[in-house]
Design a protein around this ligand. Structure first.
Ligand SMILES: Cc1cc2nc3c(=O)[nH]c(=O)nc-3n(C[C@H](O)[C@H](O)[C@H](O)COP(=O)(O)OP(=O)(O)OC[C@H]3O[C@@H](n4cnc5c(N)ncnc54)[C@H](O)[C@@H]3O)c2cc1C
Length: 279
């Protein structure tokens, strides 16, 4: 019979992971649907009762989103406009029941190309904290996700937190998702943008697009093109098809590659225009 462990401290969880092969379970909203029709034979390490991994804390130079923080907890948290994009993504993850159980970290660890949390976190320059019994370290989210459902995590490791650095200037962010309908839908393409603004001009831009490559991608050429530009409703006009070069969309039941690129550019222009108008 499969084991089911539910430790209450991070140390117990890491010791259990060091001891034997276990499948980490947070909200289970990715794990259980992927097992429908199959026997539940995995030995499970349920981390949902580890209080020290829950919640969002503010430090001098970053925010820390604990590994068991749910989407609903993120939506309810008092956070600056920098987090608006991540909160918009949170409100579009499944429905309220999924947001109540599913975690931000679980979305990242599952590493789906269509994970709605990943583009806004890339646009926040997020890092992830990885721990095992030997200690912990942080790596850039962009380096953590290696491919479709593949991450840097080793079997004895836990992702313990997502770290968001504080920007140099006033910053705000946005997220737009295109699906075949408004809710409970896998994204065809989604875009996230963070702008730092100083004296009415963009001092730094971080832009990411998801569901248009195996791993969501930042668009460095567009970020460079936006830097120094006046922040107004016309900001989206600086985005062009060339800026989407890092993307490599696939054809699937939801859309063709051409449609994904076209829709991605439209969403980018809209998101930048809306962000620019708000600054
Ligand atoms: C009806 C429905 C609708 C959905 N809609 C959306 C949507 O619109 N957008 C979207 O992006 N997703 C959606 N999802 C997917 C899912 O809800 C999210 O990805 C959610 O954030 C996953 O979090 P979780 O805590 O439930 O992960 P789990 O299912 O608990 O875990 C997911 C994976 O990550 C691993 N893992 C989890 N936490 C850790 C950790 N701390 N350390 C190491 N490994 C870990 C697990 O081992 C597992 O492989 C939907 C799911 C359902 C069932």
């Amino acid at each position: 019979m499969a084991a089911y462990l539910r430790p209450t401290t991070e140390a117990e969880a890491l010791a259990a992971l060091a001891h034997g092969r276990l499948t980490v379970l947070a909200g289970g909203t990715d794990y259980y649907p992927s097992r429908v029709g199959k026997p539940l034979t995995d030995d499970i390490l349920d981390i949902s009762a580890i209080a020290e991994l829950r919640g969002i804390g503010e430090q001098a130079d970053h925010w820390r989103i604990g590994a068991t923080t749910t989407w609903s907890e993120l939506i309810a948290a008092e956070l600056p406009p920098l987090f608006d994009g991540l909160k918009l993504a949170a409100r579009e993850i499944g429905g309220v029941q999924i947001q109540n159980a599913g975690t931000v970290a679980g979305n990242v660890c599952n590493a789906s190309p269509a994970a709605d949390g990943v583009p806004p976190l890339l646009a926040l320059d997020a890092r992830v904290e990885i721990a095992d019994t030997a200690g912990s370290r942080s790596v850039a989210l962009a380096d953590f996700i290696l491919g479709n459902r593949r991450t840097l995590l080793r079997p004895e490791q836990l992702l313990t937190a997502i770290l968001i650095p504080k920007p140099a200037h006033a910053a705000r962010s946005h997220f737009l998702k295109l699906g075949a309908r408004k809710y409970l839908v896998v994204s065809i393409v989604m875009v996230a943008a963070t702008l730092e603004v100083e004296a009415g001009r963009v001092s730094a831009a971080r832009i990411a697009v998801g569901a248009a490559s195996a791993v969501a991608q930042r668009l460095p050429l567009l970020e460079a093109a936006l830097t120094g530009k006046r922040c107004d409703a016309k900001l989206g006009e600086h985005a062009s098809a060339d800026h989407l070069a890092p993307l490599a969309p696939i054809a699937d039941v939801r859309a063709s590659p051409e449609y994904r690129l076209d829709a991605g550019l439209t969403l980018l222009r809209r998101a930048l225009g809306e962000l620019g108008a708000r600054a």
